[in-house]
Design a protein around this ligand. Structure first.
Ligand SMILES: [Zn+2]
Length: 125
């Protein structure tokens, strides 16, 4: 475990997060929103992320099944972490929003075919 910090672009949203040892597992999702936002997922249990500032600056966006809650900074528009549908007990942190470079082990996630991809992760939805 190692601690990393990160946040949105303008600095309103700031968090500290406990990451597993490098290379940190990450998912590169090809779904409609991840492709457009360039989001690279590090799945972190809720209790391992500490939101230090910006709670009131987070804006929620939902689509499709509405299960995932996409959280954007209302000032700069950056989605630095959010609640993914695939891991209800975890946040997904954007590796591109960490302050320091971390070595990643990137696996593709076929979010365009979500049900199949999620079951391949060993999840039942
Ligand atoms: Zn911001």
């Amino acid at each position: 475990m190692s601690e990393a910090t990160g946040g949105c672009h303008c600095g309103a949203v700031r968090f500290a997060v406990e990451l597993p040892d490098e290379p940190v597992p990450a998912l590169d999702c090809n779904c409609s929103i991840c492709r457009k936002t360039g989001f690279l997922h590090i799945i972190v249990p809720h209790e391992r992320l500490d939101l230090e500032s910006g709670r009131d600056d987070l804006v929620s966006y939902r689509f499709g099944t509405g299960t995932a809650e996409h959280l954007f900074c209302r000032r700069c528009g950056v989605k630095s972490f959010y609640q993914p549908r695939s891991h209800p007990d975890s946040w997904s942190v954007n590796a591109n929003c960490l302050d320091e470079h971390v070595v990643l082990a990137i696996a593709p996630f076929d979010g365009r075919h979500w049900e199949q991809a999620a079951s391949d992760l060993g999840r039942d939805g």
